[in-house]
Design a protein around this ligand. Structure first.
Ligand SMILES: *Cc1c(COP(=O)(O)O)cnc(C)c1O
Length: 396
């Protein structure tokens, strides 16, 4: 039997049938108007998802990681100082990339499970009177720990300190699933990837770039070629692309945006919140807790579940894959083995979520973690029953 169980890794996410079909198109000449006809609505849609007012959308054949590199290399120069907090694997990897690119990183070490430390960020910016810090890096949703940071708060810190640094935000596991307000938060570059909230296969880095970041690309001297925004923007203006675009994925992106907007972005966000809350109820029912240390940090796209003392989260993930053909996320870095992760983003319904929670519960019982079957699932069921909304007719 070939099963098609949903995945519960926090990306890549489950791909709706309509998006798989939309990606499957005949070859077209990307130098013809056909390409512009496909591309323009897709990038216009990304603007709405990111809630942009000014600036440009850039779509690169890459992944989120390439999006980080593009954000850095287009706005910064060798030796520039950037400010970043480290509180999980993804914020760590971005810092590591900065260092490898020859940037100087002022690192705010923060316990894993906490979010961006606003007071320390503001203090660091205030102390930087000569404005040596050129950019503040923020991971909106730390996928390793299931922590959402307050990007509006970082903007307030920058403004309170009267600091001109760019605000570069990794929204790879939040954009399209949780509210994101690029204009309102004064974000200079927002980075997304196709395979998370956009429900596409991996292969696109999707960026929103503010006018201030566009101005910075004229003075930035970090080497870049494939990722050079200037080539992109010049080609876009002529309805083209500087090299061969991933046409199928771009067709899928247009479909993704159509689906997100058909459901309604607010409805998409509240669906994610509801499914996340159901997951957290299940976790509490198991007598466990999320890695995120307080409720205002809880992510609506991924929950990292702290496993009982003496148990190993990676064993659960392996068992779920081997015995039940279901994928959960392992703990990464500092929390390897100490957590397992339930991704609840993208195409996900109540029934799909319950299947994941039930399998996680069976694995915990199999592993002798002292968890009673039904203890978490029933909590999630109660919550979902009480908060049920009309299923989306268009999803039929
Ligand atoms: C998945 C993820 C990335 C990496 O994206 P890739 O598409 O795998 O390169 C970066 N940041 C966050 C927060 C992520 O969740």
């Amino acid at each position: 039997m070939s099963s098609q169980n949903p995945v519960f890794i926090p990306g890549p996410t489950n791909i709706p049938e309509a998006i798989r079909k939309a990606c499957d198109i005949a070859t077209l000449d990307h130098r013809s108007p056909k390409f512009a006809n496909l591309f323009k609505p897709a990038i216009a849609g990304v603007r709405r998802v990111l809630s942009m007012d000014a600036g440009e959308v850039i779509v690169l054949p890459s992944t989120g990681t390439g999006g980080w590199e593009a954000a850095l290399s287009n706005t910064l120069s060798s030796g520039d100082k950037v400010l970043a907090a480290r509180f999980g694997m993804f914020s760590h990897r971005w810092i590591d990339m900065c260092q490898r690119l020859g940037l100087q990183v002022d690192i705010l070490e923060t316990p894993w499970g906490e979010g961006a430390p606003l007071a320390r960020i503001e203090a660091a910016l205030r102390a930087d009177e000569s404005h040596e810090i050129k950019a503040v890096l923020a991971t909106h949703n730390e996928t390793a720990t299931g922590v959402r940071s307050d990007i509006a708060g970082i903007r307030r810190a920058l403004d309170a300190a009267g600091h001109p640094a760019l605000l570069l935000v990794d929204g790879v596991s939040s954009i399209g699933s949780m509210p994101f307000d690029m204009a309102g938060w004064g974000v200079d570059i927002a980075v997304a990837g196709s395979q998370k909230g956009f429900m596409l296969p991996a292969g696109l880095a999707i960026l929103g770039v503010s006018p201030k970041a566009i101005a910075a690309m004229e003075t930035a001297t970090l080497p870049r070629c494939f990722f050079d925004f200037r080539d992109m923007l010049r080609s876009y203006a002529a309805g083209g692309y500087p090299y061969t675009p991933a046409v199928g994925l771009i067709a899928g992106l247009a479909q993704s945006i159509e689906m997100l907007e058909e459901e309604g972005l607010e409805a998409v966000y509240s669906r994610h919140h509801r499914l996340a809350e159901a997951t957290r109820r299940a976790v509490a029912g198991w007598g466990l807790r999320p890695c995120a240390v307080s409720p205002e940090l809880y992510s609506d796209t991924v929950t990292a579940v702290v496993v009982p003392e003496g148990c190993n989260g990676t064993e659960l993930v392996q068992l779920a894959a081997q015995k039940y053909d279901m994928a959960f996320g392992v703990g990464l870095g500092e929390v390897a083995g100490k957590v397992f992760r339930i991704g609840h983003l993208g195409m996900l319904s109540d029934a799909m979520l319950l299947s994941g929670l039930a399998v996680a519960e069976m694995c915990m019982a199999d592993l002798g973690w002292g968890i009673k079957l039904g203890s978490g699932v029933a909590e999630a069921q109660d919550y979902l029953r009480a908060s049920a909304t009309q299923p989306l007719a268009a999803a039929a």
